[in-house]
Design a protein around this ligand. Structure first.
Ligand code: SAM
Length: 283
C-alpha cells in the first residue's frame, strides 16, 4: 500500500503530465501534486484552470511559455529553493514539443529536486495505435513549415532504421504526407487523430494513399503521423522496381540509375543502389 501523501510538497520542480483530450486521464498522483503545489507554471492559464476546475482545485498559476520563458525562469528557479513549483503544458507531457527543458536544466544546475509525474503523451499514444514497429522509434516533433526546410529535415532521417513519429496540423497534413512519400519512399504510415477524444481515429495506409485521402478533405483536430521504418514499404512492387532499375542501367552508370529511380519512385536511393548492384552482379 502507498504511504499517505504529506500535506506539503517538498520544495523543487514537479513536471506534471496532463491529459491530451480526456480529462479522466489525469492520474491521481498528478492531481495530488497539482492540488498541493505552491505555484503552477502553465502555458495558458485558461486551459489549466479548466483542468484544475475538473479536480475541484484552485492554485496560483504563472505563465511560462515560449515568449516569456527566458524572463520568468530565474524567478522560478529561485522560488524552487523553498517552494514546490509544478510545470504543466496545455496537454500531455511538458518538454515534449512544449516548453520546459531549460527550466529542468537550470533547476538541476541549482541543485533543486526535479520530480516527474509521467502520463499522457500524444507521440506515444499514437505509436500504440498505429500497428507499426515499436522497438525503435524516432520523434521528429513538428517539421518545419517551409517546403525546402521540410524536405531537408525529411532527407536527414531517410536512412534512420526506426519508426518515425511527427506532430502535424490538419491544414498541413496532406502536404507533409506528400513530402514524406517523396523523401522516404511510399512507406506504410498511420494518421492518429483526436486521441482520447470523442472522434478519435487512426487511419493506416501508404503515405501516398493517405496524402490523397487528406488532400481531398483536410481533417480537423490534433494529429500525429507515424511512418514505418525503411524496408516496410508496400509500393511500388519489387518486380516493377527491378525492371525500372534494369532499364535505367542500360543508359546510366549504376549510381546514377539508382538516383534516377529514387527520384521517380520516392524509394530510398541507398536501397535502390544496393538492389541495382545485386541486379548487375546477378545475385
Ligand atoms: N506535450 C504534448 C504531448 O506530450 O503530446 C505535445 C504538445 S504539441 C505543442 C501539440 C501537438 O501534439 C498537436 O499539434 C498534435 O500534433 C499532438 N497532439 C496533442 N494532443 C493530441 C491528441 N489528442 N490527438 C492527436 N494528437 C495530439
Amino acid at each position: 500500500m502507498n504511504a499517505p501523501l504529506p500535506e506539503h510538497l517538498a520544495p523543487g520542480l514537479y513536471i506534471v503530465a496532463t491529459p491530451i483530450g480526456n480529462l479522466s486521464d489525469l492520474s491521481p498522483r498528478a492531481a495530488s501534486i497539482l492540488s498541493r503545489a505552491d505555484l503552477i507554471a502553465v502555458e495558458d492559464s485558461r486551459v489549466t484552470a479548466k483542468l484544475l476546475n475538473h479536480i475541484g482545485v484552485k492554485r496560483p498559476m504563472t505563465a511560462y511559455h515560449d515568449h516569456n520563458a527566458d524572463r520568468i525562469r530565474p524567478g522560478l528557479i529561485a522560488r524552487m529553493g523553498g517552494e514546490a513549483i509544478a510545470l504543466v503544458s496545455d496537454a500531455g507531457t511538458p518538454l515534449i514539443s512544449d516548453p520546459g527543458f531549460k527550466l529542468v536544466r537550470d533547476a538541476r544546475a541549482a541543485g533543486h529536486a526535479v520530480v516527474t509525474i509521467p502520463g499522457p503523451c500524444a507521440a506515444i499514444a499514437a505509436l500504440t495505435l498505429a500497428g507499426l514497429p515499436t522497438d525503435r522509434f524516432f520523434f521528429l516533433g513538428f517539421l518545419p513549415p517551409k517546403e525546402k526546410a521540410r524536405a531537408d529535415a525529411i532527407a536527414e532521417v531517410a536512412a534512420v532504421r526506426a519508426t518515425l513519429i511527427l506532430y502535424e496540423s490538419g491544414p498541413r497534413l496532406a502536404a507533409t504526407l506528400t513530402a514524406l512519400a517523396e523523401g522516404l519512399g511510399d512507406r506504410e504510415a498511420a494518421v492518429a487523430r483526436e486521441i482520447s477524444k470523442t472522434y478519435e481515429e487512426c487511419v493506416t495506409d501508404t503515405l501516398t494513399a493517405l496524402a490523397a485521402r487528406y488532400g481531398d478533405a483536410p481533417p480537423r483536430g490534433e494529429i500525429v503521423v507515424i511512418v514505418a521504418p525503411p524496408g516496410e514499404a508496400a509500393a511500388p512492387a519489387g518486380a516493377d522496381v527491378d525492371a525500372t532499375l534494369m532499364e535505367a542501367m542500360t543508359r546510366l552508370p549504376t549510381a546514377k540509375a539508382a538516383g534516377e529511380v529514387a527520384k521517380a519512385t520516392g524509394l530510398p536511393r541507398r536501397d535502390l543502389y544496393a538492389r541495382a548492384m545485386a541486379l548487375r552482379d546477378g545475385t
